[in-house]
Design a binder for this molecule. Sequence first.
Ligand code: AMP
Ligand code: ZN
Length: 460
Amino acid sequence: MTEICFYNTLARKKEGFKPIKKGLVGLYTCGPTVYNYAHIGNLRTYVFEDVLRRTLEYNGLKVKHVMNITDVGHLTSDADTGEDKVEKEARKENKSAWDITDYYAGVFKKNLQELNIKPPAIWCKATDHIKEQIALVKKLEKKGFTYRTGDGIYFNTAKLKDYGKLARLDVRGLKAGARVALKDEKKNLTDFALWKFSPKDSKRQMEWDSPWGLGFPGWHLECSAMSTKYLGQPFDLHTGGVDHISVHHTNEIAQSEAANGKTLANYWLHGEFLIIQDQKMAKSEQNFITLATLKNKGINPIAYRYLILTSHYRSKLNFSWKSLAAAESALKSIYHQVEQFDNPKVGCAELEQKFIKAINNDLDTPQAVAILWELLKSNYPTSAKKKTLLEFDRVLGLGLDQIEKQKLSLPKAVSKLAQARENARKKQDFSRADSLRKEIEKLGFKVEDTKDGLTITKKD
Ligand code: AMP
Ligand code: ZN
């Protein structure tokens, strides 16, 4: 058994992974704010987290995976100012805030499915956990970590000895500059809202009574309340994109550790950004590409998953249509080869060993993909290749197990025509091959010739 190791942001180095409970891992992944479609940058982070989960499972560990849905409290500025993103979008689309979040959460879950991302064991919504969030603020209040301003209840970061440890924030340096920058009633620049009061001059759609007045929870509060509720404290693994290190995760740690006097999570993993034309892909920018954009261009979402796997999760990934096209043709070639392989028998132990070493080394997916190609190009019998590929795919999630099913679901008439077409092509009878292709298409199937041969797929 090779040891699993991860780069832990908390320690700023790779560490051997040891779950708290033997054989069982608690994993909390910060979910989406559902006021818009997820872009393919966001989805890169969820693919990385899926590979993480699959790697743990591949090592025989059971994973309890929890993901939240932020449907309230995320303001247009991460610094607790501006409007609630959901309420703003609801006004723009002239819909209720609840309809907006239901709709975008639904599309998000479908996106995960299309990328072959395993759903978490527990989905939890911020609006379903208001009681737990209020209880957490009460606890912090009792311990003297809070204060009141004109617009809410705030966490006093100066009261927590190691505030900012995850991001290695220079709290003293921040304090020095704070006198100039502090415009509102916040005591320290890094203080953040636990509970915000509803505005006096307008009515919010989402608001609740609390011991401090009508309002809504601060963005970070939900993750502290829900992770502890479902996974206990401490739990094993907490993840998100790198942008969460300095504010969101830092504040989750502050709240939970101040309230309960214990570490929140032992390992913190962060995925790097998807970049497009030298800029971070962001919901607020014009550079926003969704999975639907890809599908409308006829690109299989799994080709995007493959592209993600070819770079390490801690490196920036530069998106281009050209690299996506290359990923798609690589994927097609893998699919095509697997289709031709004999039924799986004994696997290739040597390469399987190499593979687990790669993924257990801080999820080295580029290396894992290279090993997949080493296998395909090797002289092993195709039955062995197939067995090993299916093993690899438990982690990579390229849907190779679906190929058999698809092949079986190809109607007899279609496979007969396809066979006849292959024969015609071999005899260089291209006009007959062409008319056979048209017949196949009439039956609702798409025929594609790749450099490695023929693929037939059902038309959408
Ligand atoms: P949000 O819905 O804005 O809360 O973001 C959902 C997840 O996507 C978070 O884990 C973010 O860190 C992550 N994220 C945001 N932008 C990008 C990007 N360009 N590339 C990769 N991940 C991102
Ligand atoms: Zn979170």
